[in-house]
Design a binder for this molecule. Structure first.
Ligand SMILES: Nc1ncnc2c1ncn2[C@@H]1O[C@H](COP(=O)(O)OP(=O)(O)OP(=O)(O)O)[C@@H](O)[C@H]1O
Ligand SMILES: [Mg+2]
Length: 462
C-alpha cells in the first residue's frame, strides 16, 4: 500500500464520519421540529419575522436611539456647564436671579441652589436606562464634578444635582429634551403590527389546512371500506387537484370491483345453467356406480359454484355501522358450542366498533368454522385499542405448516384432501375472510396457537 492509498483511506473514513455526524444532527433537528403542517407553516412564517425584527430593533437601538439620546443629553449637559461657568464668572449676581431667568427662558431648565450638604447618596440605578447612562457619561466628560441624577422620580422631568465649591446646583430638565423618548413607539408599532400579522396568518393557515385534513380523512375512510359522505374538493388549487384525483381514483376502484363482481356472477350463473342441465341428464340415465360418481362430482361442482357466486358477490353495497363486537363474538361462541365444541370468548376494550356487520361476521364465522372443523376446543379473543380491533381465533387442531400459511388463502385451495376426504369445504373460506378483512383496511394472518393448533388473527383499523 502506497502513501497515497493510506491518504485516500484516511480521507474516506473522515468523510464517512462527517457524513454520519451530519446525519445524526439532522435527525436530532428533525426530532425537535413540529410534525404537523400547520405548526411547520407557522414556524416558517414566524422565524424569519422574529429574526428580521430582532435585527431591525437591534440596529435601531444601537445606531439611532443611542446616538440621538446621546446628542440630546450632551446638549443639556452643555447648557448646564455653561450655567456653571456663568455662576462662577459673575459672583455679583447675588441671588442668581439673572442666571435662573436665562436658564428658564433660553434653555428650558429650572435651576436652584441648595446648601452644600444637599447631595443625596447615589440612588439605585434603573436596570436598563439609556438616559441615565448617557447623562452620567456626559457630565463626567464635560463637567467632571460629583453629581447625582434622578431620571425615574418625576416622570417627565429629570433632576440633576451637581456639587459646586460652595453649593449644590439643582437642575430640572424636561425629560424629552434629553431623551429620544418617542422611539419606544417605534418598537411598540413593530411588535403590534407583527402580532396582527401573526393572527391573520394563523386564521388564514387554518383555513388552508382544513381541506387537506378533510382529504386525508376521506382517503382514510375509503381505505377502511367506509363511505365518505359529502366530500367535496375545497381549498387551494393544488389541494383541489389532489381531491379530484382521489375522487377519480375512488370511482375507478369502485367501478373495477363492480365489473369484476358482475363478470364473475355472470360466468357462475352461466355455468350453473349448464350444470343443472347436466344433473337432469344424469337423472335420466338412471343408476349405476359410474353415474353415482358423476353425480357426486356434479354436486360438488354446484356447491363450489354457489360458494364462488357468494364470494364474487362479496360485501358489495353493505354500509359500515357501529357493531357491538363483544356481543358478536359471544354469538360465534354459542354457535360453536351448539355444534358440540368447547369454546371460550374474551373481549378487552371498548366493544362498539364500526364495521360492515354482515361481512365482518361472515369473516369471523369462516375462521371459527375452520377451527371447529379441525379442532375440539376454540378460544376467541377480541382486543380493541385506539387504533385497531384485533380478533384471534385459536384452536387445538393440527394447525397449518409454516410454508402453507400464505397458500391456504388462495381460492379453492384445501389441505383437507389428504386429511379428511369427506367433510372438506370448497376452499374459499379463508379467501373470503381475507377479502373482507382487507376491504375494512385490515388483514388476516395465520400463526401458531399456544393451544397447539392454528391461530388466525384478524386486525382492522377502527
Ligand atoms: N384451523 C385450521 N386448522 C387446520 N387447518 C386449517 C384450519 N383452517 C383452515 N385450514 C386449512 O386451510 C384450508 C383452506 O381453508 P378454507 O377455509 O379456505 O377452506 P375450507 O375450510 O376447506 O372450505 P370452506 O371454508 O370454503 O368451507 C382448509 O382446507 C384447511 O386444510
Ligand atoms: Mg373454511
Amino acid at each position: 500500500m502506497t502513501t497515497l492509498d493510506t491518504g485516500f483511506t484516511l480521507i474516506r473514513t473522515a468523510t464517512r464520519r462527517v457524513a454520519s455526524f451530519h446525519d445524526y444532527i439532522w435527525r436530532r433537528f428533525n426530532d425537535f421540529m413540529p410534525k404537523g403542517l400547520y405548526a411547520r407553516a407557522l414556524l416558517i412564517m414566524i422565524v424569519p419575522m422574529v429574526v428580521l425584527q430582532s435585527v431591525v430593533a437591534f440596529v435601531f437601538m444601537e445606531r439611532h436611539w443611542n446616538t440621538v439620546t446621546q446628542r440630546l443629553s450632551a446638549a443639556v449637559v452643555q447648557d448646564i456647564a455653561a450655567l456653571i461657568d456663568v455662576y462662577k464668572g459673575y459672583p455679583q449676581d447675588k441671588d442668581r436671579a439673572q442666571l435662573r431667568r436665562i436658564a428658564q427662558q433660553r434653555m428650558g431648565l429650572v435651576v436652584d441652589f441648595l446648601g452644600p450638604g444637599d447631595m443625596p447618596p447615589p440612588g439605585p440605578k434603573p436596570f436598563f436606562s439609556l438616559l441615565d447612562q448617557s447623562i452620567s457619561k456626559q457630565i463626567s466628560r464635560q463637567i467632571a464634578r460629583p453629581f447625582w441624577i434622578d431620571t425615574v422620580g418625576r416622570s417627565n422631568l429629570v433632576e440633576i444635582r451637581i456639587q459646586l465649591d460652595d453649593a449644590v446646583m439643582r437642575v430640572f430638565a424636561q425629560r424629552s429634551a434629553a431623551y429620544a423618548s418617542n422611539s419606544e413607539i417605534f418598537l411598540f408599532w413593530m411588535v403590534g403590527t407583527s402580532s396582527i400579522l401573526l393572527i391573520v396568518a394563523v386564521l388564514f393557515l387554518r383555513n388552508q389546512i382544513r381541506p387537506i385534513l378533510r382529504l386525508a380523512d376521506a382517503a382514510e375512510s375509503f381505505g377502511k371500506g367506509r363511505e365518505v359522505p359529502n366530500f367535496r374538493p375545497r381549498g387551494a388549487r393544488e389541494v383541489r387537484r389532489a381531491a379530484h384525483a382521489f375522487i377519480e381514483m375512488k370511482s375507478r376502484v369502485e367501478r373495477s370491483i363492480e365489473q369484476r363482481t358482475a363478470m364473475l356472477a355472470g360466468v357462475s350463473h352461466d355455468l350453473r345453467t349448464i350444470l343443472t342441465r347436466f344433473k337432469l341428464e344424469l337423472a335420466l340415465i338412471g343408476d349405476g356406480p359410474d353415474v353415482d360418481g358423476m353425480r357426486k362430482d356434479v354436486d360438488e361442482m354446484a356447491a363450489m359454484l354457489e360458494a364462488y357466486l357468494a364470494f364474487a358477490r362479496g360485501d358489495s353495497g353493505e354500509q359500515a355501522q357501529p357493531v357491538d363486537m363483544a356481543a358478536a363474538l359471544e354469538e360465534l361462541r354459542s354457535d360453536a358450542e351448539r355444534n358440540g365444541h368447547s369454546a371460550t370468548v374474551v373481549f378487552h376494550g371498548q366493544p362498539v366498533v364500526t364495521v360492515k356487520p354482515a361481512s365482518f361476521k361472515r369473516c369471523l364465522a369462516n375462521l371459527v368454522s375452520n377451527a371447529a372443523r379441525h379442532a375440539d376446543s376454540i378460544a376467541i379473543t377480541g382486543h380493541r385499542d385506539h387504533r385497531y380491533l384485533t380478533v384471534t381465533v385459536d384452536d387445538d387442531g393440527p394447525g397449518i405448516p409454516q410454508d402453507m400459511r400464505e397458500e391456504v388463502f388462495k381460492p379453492f385451495l384445501r389441505l383437507d384432501d389428504a386429511r379428511n376426504q369427506d367433510e372438506g369445504g370448497t376452499g374459499l373460506g379463508l379467501a373470503i375472510a381475507r377479502d373482507i378483512a382487507r376491504s375494512h383496511g385490515g388483514d388476516i394472518t395465520l400463526g401458531d396457537s399456544p393451544m397447539g393448533g392454528l391461530r388466525a388473527t384478524v386486525r382492522v383499523p377502527v
